[in-house]
Design a protein around this ligand. Sequence first.
Ligand code: ADP
Ligand code: MG
Length: 231
Amino acid sequence: IRQRLAKADKIEAVSHLSAAISHEIRNPLTTVKGFLQLLSEQNYPDEKKKEFIHIAVQELDRAEEVINDYLTFARPAFEKIEDIDIEKELNHVLNVLNPLANLNGVEVKKKYTSGLTISGDRSKFQQAFINLIKNGLEAMPDGGALTVQTFRTGSVIHIIVRDTGIGMTNEQIARLGEPYYTTKGQQGTGLGMMVTFSILRVMKGRAEIKSQVDKGSTFHIRFNHLENIEE
Ligand code: ADP
Ligand code: MG
C-alpha cells in the first residue's frame, strides 16, 4: 500500500489552521464555563454536581489535547529560520514521548546519520514529528518497535518513522491529514496529521506513506536541503 501525498487541497479546507484550532479550544471552554455557572447559581444534588464536574474535566482534557497537537513546542517568538540539527531535535521529541513509549511497552530504535541539518523553524519541526511519532506509539498499545532512521542521498535528507502497530487501510491513508479525521473516538482530535502536513509543506518536505493493517506503518519524509530554504 503506497501513496504519495499532496495534501495541499485538504489542508486548504481549513484555510487558517490557527482559526480551526482556536475554534476547537473555544468550544470546550464555553462548555466548562456553562457548567461552572450552573454550579454557582443553584444548589444541585451531589449526583448532578459530580456529573457536571465530570463533563467539565472531559472537555478540558479535550482542549488540552488540541493544544498539544498544535502548541507543544510553540515558542513566543515569531517564526525563526535556523539550522535544525535533525538528530538533536528527534532525540528531544523522543524524550518527550518516552513516558508514552514506556506505557505502551514500545522499544524505540534510533538509526541516525549524524550531522544532518535542514533549515526551518526548530519548534515547528519538533511539532511535526511529535504528532507523527505519537501516532506511531498510539498504534502499538500492546507493544512493538518504533524505528526512527535518518540518512542523506545527494541533496535529499530522509527521515523515516516506522511502527509495528495496527496499520491503516488505503482509505485511512487517503484521509490522513483531513481535519477532524480520527479513528480514536474521544481520545483523538484528528488535528495532529493536519498540523504535521502543513508544517512539512512550509518546509518543503514530502511524505510517502506505506501501511499494512496489523503489520504497521512507515512514514518516509524527504527534505531537499537545497530547496527547503524559505523564499
Ligand atoms: P488523532 O491522532 O487525534 O486521531 P491524527 O491527525 O494524528 O489524529 O491522526 C488521524 C488518524 O490517522 C488516526 O486516528 C489514525 O486512524 C490514523 N493514523 C495516523 N498515524 C497512524 C499510525 N502510525 N498507525 C495507524 N494509524 C495511524
Ligand atoms: Mg495524533
